[in-house]
Design a binder for this molecule. Structure first.
Ligand code: F6R
Length: 608
């Protein structure tokens, strides 16, 4: 968690840092701070709460002369979210200022050592320990760079750190270990940040830093060095073709709404080059050198896990590949038995989720293959996986995942079709039909979204007083029910539970009464009648129902029918997912919740 940015260049640094932090706020937002060198002195300004509190404070502080500095937006791990615990932290009475994303696991042991040496601690953070350790290193090392490396070599855990010091007034030092850090290469200016949008207005030329690398930037140069011996590492600059527009709201009230409405485009992007309508084939060149797995294991967290679970149904039905789905935080501590011809697919939008990354490493430790399904280019999972399929959804700013899930589901569908094709178990006609449907999906969704938003707005008003919600689904609608419940609770703080419809009778139905509504998903397939009878059981107990369906259903008392366009089999899920996203969005917005940055959450969960 936490977002970091460092700048060295020719512009006033503080506005650049603040602008960058505003695009990193999704990584944490309980406090923020900046550190910069002005008139040869180190200045630190920090504030509890959102970035706006820091901005208000900065208005009273002259800071336009500084041309380098560091900035941080925090999601608390060690120490409560207060100004005192906000970053930057000073090392050795102002010798340096440090910002950090991650956790220093051996901070207690290091702190004890530093306390003995007389260091005084102002905060409860692990970061301040590292800051003092660098200051201590400076007493023995020839310069700040050596002191920085010396201290980092003693730290265990995960970090992306950046540091400024009056001793080296034009320089920003940064380093990474198991936390994201990207270098931005501009003209007469350089950046380091946790994510590319932080510096995208200034440059699209980037260098992805690896674990165990230090970077030193000033206005006119950059250099990447090995943490172990400070030898220079030759790095390649890559040009990102993201457009700044995608990182802005584009007139939508919230990023989440914008990202829901971007989904038709995301589907197009994700399909591009992967489906050939002329030959009726699916191509995933990323997989051509890997054998067809006998079994597949999907590991992910949260929404990405739901996308994986949805994919499980398709991989078994279409590609006949036995598939299991695991929550990463459970998988990693279960001593799992991984079969010889089994492939693990890790799904992660950010590519940085700590548990998913640990799961990947556990599979690698058993010398088994890992395929990554990620959105963020250059993220840890993409670097460590044996092969990577990118979802190509573009930056997702809203903390709640929407378009990323759509793109993950789409790749799962492609994966099922691809393996079925490689195994020769799908006929060309069926493949062609599926390919055509997927190609038509963006247009169908685009047309349906405005009406869906209107229905969602109406239902949100009607159900805004609900304190609880069930989400029910069967077959591939079951993972969607889980996702619907997750979206509602994380955005509007309404208690919601997703269940497989058939499980209701085994206990949960006891909760149903007139104040406990149910959001049911039933599509025009073999399972429709079964889910419909579960819905009747809910109604028989006075529970009101929203039925999301693509079938014509006669309205009944206490039932709100939400009709969506019909697509072949599981592909209706893409429309259903958007409808549920809009319902949760409208509920949260109607209830006045902070849609893009719900309380207690962060976009990238880099701690376990
Ligand atoms: C919910 C949400 C989270 C993430 C989860 C995994 O809206 O976004 O549940 O899906 O934290 O994140 P990634 O996909 O980045 O590994």
């Amino acid at each position: 968690m936490c977002g970091i940015i460092g700048y060295a260049g020719h512009r006033p640094a503080v506005p650049v840092l603040i602008e960058g932090l505003s695009r990193l706020e999704y990584r944490g937002y309980d406090s923020a701070g900046v550190g910069f060198i002005q008139d040869g002195h180190l200045h630190i300004i920090k504030a509890e709460g959102r970035l706006s509190s820091l901005k208000a404070k900065l208005e009273k502080h002259p800071c336009l002369l500084a041309v380098n500095g560091i900035g941080h937006t925090r999601w608390a791990t060690h120490g409560i979210p207060t100004e005192r615990n906000a970053h930057p932290h000073l090392g050795g009475d102002g010798k340096l200022a440090l910002i950090h994303n991650g956790i220093i696991e051996n901070y207690q042991e290091l702190k004890a050592e530093l306390l003995e040496k007389g260091y005084d601690f102002q905060s409860e953070t692990d970061t301040e320990v590292l800051a003092h350790l660098i200051a201590e290193g400076r007493k023995q090392q020839p310069d700040m760079l050596h002191a920085f490396a010396w201290a980092l070599r003693r730290a265990r855990g995960a970090y992306a750190v950046a540091m400024v010091s009056p001793e080296d007034p034009g320089t920003v030092f940064a380093a990474r270990l198991a936390a994201p850090l990207i270098l931005g290469v501009g003209t007469g200016e350089h950046f380091v940040a946790s994510d590319i949008p932080a510096f995208l207005p200034y440059t699209r030329d980037v260098v992805f830093l690896q674990d165990g690398e230090i970077v030193r930037i000033n206005d006119c140069s950059w250099q990447v060095l090995s943490l172990s011996d400070l030898s220079v590492i030759d790095k390649k600059i890559q040009t990102i073709n993201w457009d700044m527009q995608v990182a802005q709201k584009n007139g939508y009230k919230h990023f989440m709404l914008k990202e829901i409405f971007e989904q038709p485009h995301v589907i197009e992007e994700c399909l591009s080059g992967r489906i050939n309508l002329k030959t009726g084939t699916v191509s995933l060149p990323e997989l051509q050198n890997l054998p067809i797995p006998e079994r597949l294991r999907i590991v992910a967290c949260g929404t990405s896990f739901h996308a994986g679970l949805w994919g499980q149904y398709l991989l078994e039905q279409i590609a006949h590949i036995p598939t299991v789905c695991d929550i990463a935080s459970e998988f990693r501590y279960r001593n799992p038995v991984i079969g010889n011809n089994e492939m693990t697919l890790v799904i992660s939008q950010s590519g940085e989720t700590a548990d998913t990354l640990a799961a990947l490493r556990l599979v690698h430790a058993q010398k088994k293959t890992v395929l990554g399904l990620c959105n963020v280019i250059g993220s840890s999972i993409t670097r460590e996986a044996d092969a990577v399929i990118y979802t190509q959804a573009g930056p997702e700013i809203s903390v709640a995942s929407t378009k990323a899930m759509t793109s993950q589901m789409l790749v799962m569908a492609l994966l099922a079709l691809y393996y079925a094709q490689r195994k020769g178990i799908i006929d060309l006609q069926a493949l062609n039909q599926a390919a055509k449907l997927l190609k038509n999906l963006p247009g169908i969704l685009q047309e349906a979204l405005p009406d869906m938003e209107k229905t969602a707005e109406k239902l949100a008003v009607q159900f805004s007083k609900a304190k609880d919600f069930f989400y029910l689904g069967r077959g591939h609608a079951y993972p969607l029910a889980l996702e619907g419940a997750l979206k509602l609770k994380e955005l509007s703080y309404i208690h919601a539970e997703g269940y497989a419809s058939g499980e209701m009778k085994h206990g949960p139905i006891a909760l149903i009464d007139s104040a406990f509504p149910t959001f049911a998903l039933a599509f025009d397939d073999d399972l429709f009648a079964k889910t419909k009878s579960n819905i009747e059981e809910v109604q028989a107990r006075n529970g009101s129902v929203i039925l999301l369906t693509d079938r014509d259903v006669n309205p009944e008392k206490g039932m709100h029918i939400w009709k969506i366009p019909s697509l072949y089999g599981p592909f209706t899920s893409f429309l259903a997912l958007s409808a549920m996203q809009l319902f949760s969005y409208c509920m949260a917005d109607y209830l006045g919740k902070d849609v893009d940055q719900p309380r207690n959450l962060a976009k990238s969960v880099t701690v376990e």
